[in-house]
Design a protein around this ligand. Structure first.
Ligand code: NAP
Length: 242
């Protein structure tokens, strides 16, 4: 699984799963564009990549600011000539609780990053990828998209929407050699999920595989450990008949 010579952007690369994916892309040979809000942490990840003899750019970015996203991605293409891989990993889960107790504003805040931020990155990257006739988009989704657990409405809705967006986008750009897939990193230990005892590096092989898919590879699909998952909840008839 080589990314030699590829220009690969990872959002939410300052820590957690995104940091691991960025290191994984660098190990596979990509020049990595590290994007997130915390510039100091991005610089630290860039220096880890340097220690691996890799190369990286630091791009401070809030993905919920769509004008900034457009400028950042145009800037990458102006500097490097193209953007081959976009890994949309930035995400938050700070509106937990029953719907009756989560404010609409808190719900919208989660969608602004997890869904609208991801859409803005794709919206900015796709024209460049289509023009180049090459692109690989890796959307970091979650098993929450298909589990839809109580107390996780904002997060589950955002990730189910990411999966639906992944399918629609994949169909739109199928003829342009742009492959768009979603992945679940599994339940791993990060600031978002501190009680897990699984290392976030578990997500890396799937993220590298999806970023390095050959032309004609799968698109519009959802994977964990490189194994396909259903994109959306399988409706339980017992539930719908209640
Ligand atoms: N951990 C798990 O068990 C798990 C399971 C399933 C799915 N996921 C998904 O995996 C992805 C990464 O999660 P994680 O567990 O690594 O979480 P994390 O440790 O909290 O890291 C989240 C990352 O997203 C960035 N981010 C947050 N808001 C942003 C914004 N507005 N603009 C740009 N970057 C932003 C953060 O950087 P800054 O704060 O520097 O901006 C950070 O780099 C998320 O999409 C999450 O939903 C995680």
């Amino acid at each position: 699984m080589s990314l030699a010579g590829r220009i690969a952007m990872v959002t939410g690369a300052s820590r957690g799963i995104g940091r691991e994916i960025a290191l994984g892309y660098a190990r596979a040979g990509a020049h990595v564009i590290l994007a997130a809000r915390d510039e100091a942490r991005l610089i630290a990840v860039a220096s880890e990549i340097g220690e691996l003899s890799g190369s990286a750019d630091v791009v401070p970015l809030d993905v919920s600011d769509s004008a900034a996203v457009g400028k950042a991605i145009d800037g990458v293409v102006a500097r490097h000539g193209r953007l081959d891989v976009l890994c949309n990993n930035a995400g938050i889960s700070n509106a937990r609780g029953p719907v009756a107790e989560v404010s609409p504003e808190a719900f919208a805040g989660v969608q602004a990053v997890n869904l609208v931020g991801l859409f803005a990155c794709c919206h900015a990257a796709l024209p460049h990828m289509i023009e180049a006739g090459y692109g690989r988009i890796v959307n970091v989704s979650s098993g929450a998209a298909i589990m839809c657990n109580p107390g996780e409405s904002a997060y589950a809705a955002s990730k189910a929407a990411v999966n639906a967006l992944t399918i629609a986008m994949a169909k739109e750009v199928e003829a342009s050699n742009v492959l768009v897939n979603a992945m679940s990193p599994g339940s791993v230990k990060t600031d978002m999920n501190p009680t897990s005892d699984v290392a976030p590096s578990e997500a890396v092989p799937t993220a590298v595989w999806l970023a390095s898919l050959p032309d004609g590879g799968p698109t519009g699909r959802f994977y964990r450990f490189m194994l396909e998952l259903p994109m959306l909840p399988d409706i339980d008839l017992d539930w719908s008949s209640r």
